[in-house]
Design a protein around this ligand. Structure first.
Ligand code: GDP
Ligand code: MG
Length: 346
């Protein structure tokens, strides 16, 4: 049987973007919180080692004692690890790179140990250690904190977690995760890159659960997933959805999924959006195997780091941000002069 021909690239012009008000506020709160922080744990998603870097967060964390944690490593391709460590060290200078899964105690303990080592080696300077956990939405920050608490002090969940992004909306209170030496953790809301210009990057972030569903298009995401599976010659979906052969046409695959899961409309036809959601969910649960979606070949990594320092902003957003900065500066001036209230009431 001749192999079906697959698309050699995935083309779409529209990127998904999500940067609600609570993230802008979260970023400011994180900045304040970092002044009271000894160690920053910057969590990323191991399935998208490049796309889950937020330069804004990285910049805030860079002048602190800072460890990068690639979480959800149980869902990512372990073969890409050496390349990730090597490239992150080379391009960002970041030496401390860990891989974790929240249900693997050994992984989680390494983060606690990293923080505790500060107090053990320099107890006068660090009578206790405060750790702030930052990162993009849904990478597992709150789950990691709960795991650290479970392992460190044997206590239950303290930070709310959830399958959808945007569960944690404020910088939270301190949570003790170790008695001796005392280690405290602070959770924070996930902060998305304010403007993702590259559609493919936005699809990867969305496919791994980083974006609220409303700002995405589940059928486009399902199509991108199909493209990825076919690229890797992964045929798992054929057995799963009773397809006789692989297909690169989402218009064929989604109805097959709908039939398999019973997403049928009363008067006939298929609920294609339910089918798309189901398909994406199976990926997020690891049912198609372990995936690293970012291409970690040298050329691609170099290209990514050549542009990532300067987050591309749309002109409208740029103008909006400049206006917000001007208003903030004016308020600060008025506050200093004590005229803020009057001008506010006017
Ligand atoms: N497979 C897997 N799932 C994880 C891991 N860490 C977190 N999750 C799941 O990812 C989702 C988001 O977790 P959450 O801690 O709320 O993320 P946050 O938004 O960064 O705080 C939840 O459904 C978690 O169960 C991990 O290491 N492996
Ligand atoms: Mg959270």
């Amino acid at each position: 049987m001749a192999l079906p021909s697959f698309r050699s690239a995935f083309h779409l012009d529209r990127a998904f973007n999500w940067f609600p008000g609570h993230m802008a506020r979260g970023l400011r709160e994180i900045q304040t919180q970092l002044q009271k922080t000894d160690v920053v744990v910057e969590v990323r998603d191991a399935r998208i080692p490049l796309s889950s870097i937020n330069p804004q967060l990285e910049q805030l964390a860079n002048h602190k004692d800072h460890v990068v944690v690639y979480n959800k490593a149980d869902l990512a391709d372990p073969a890409s690890r050496p390349s990730i460590i090597q490239n992150i060290r080379r391009f960002t200078g970041q030496q401390q790179v860990l891989f974790t899964s929240t249900h693997i105690d050994r992984d989680v303990r390494r983060i606690i140990e990293y923080a505790a080592a500060r107090a053990r080696t320099d107890p006068l300077r660090y009578p206790s250690v405060t750790v702030t956990v930052i990162g993009m939405p849904n990478v597992g920050k709150s789950s990691l904190i709960n795991a650290m608490r479970r392992i460190g002090v044997g206590k239950g969940k303290a930070a709310p977690t959830g399958a959808n992004p945007g569960v944690t909306r404020r910088v939270a209170g301190v949570i003790r995760v170790l008695e001796d030496p005392p280690v405290y953790l602070v959770d924070s809301p996930g902060v998305m890159v304010p403007y993702i210009a590259d559609p493919i990057r936005s699809f990867k972030v969305a496919l791994t659960g980083g974006m609220k569903e409303d700002v995405t298009d589940v059928e486009v995401l399902a199509d991108y997933l199909l493209y990825q599976l076919n690229q890797k010659r992964n045929r798992t979906y054929c057995d799963m959805f009773h397809l006789t052969e692989p297909s690169d046409d989402i218009a064929q695959v989604l109805p097959a999924i709908a039939r398999r899961i019973g997403a049928l409309k009363k008067g006939g036809g298929h609920h294609l959006d339910w089918a798309a959601r189901h398909f994406i969910k199976q990926f997020q649960l690891g049912k198609f195997g372990r995936y690293t979606l970012d291409d970690m070949t040298q050329d691609n990594v170099e290209m990514f780091f050549r542009t990532y320092q300067r987050p591309v902003r749309s002109r409208t957003r740029q103008r909006k941000e400049e206006r917000a900065e001007r208003i903030q500066a004016r308020r600060a001036k008025q506050l200093a002069k004590g005229t803020h209230k009057q001008s506010y009431q006017r």
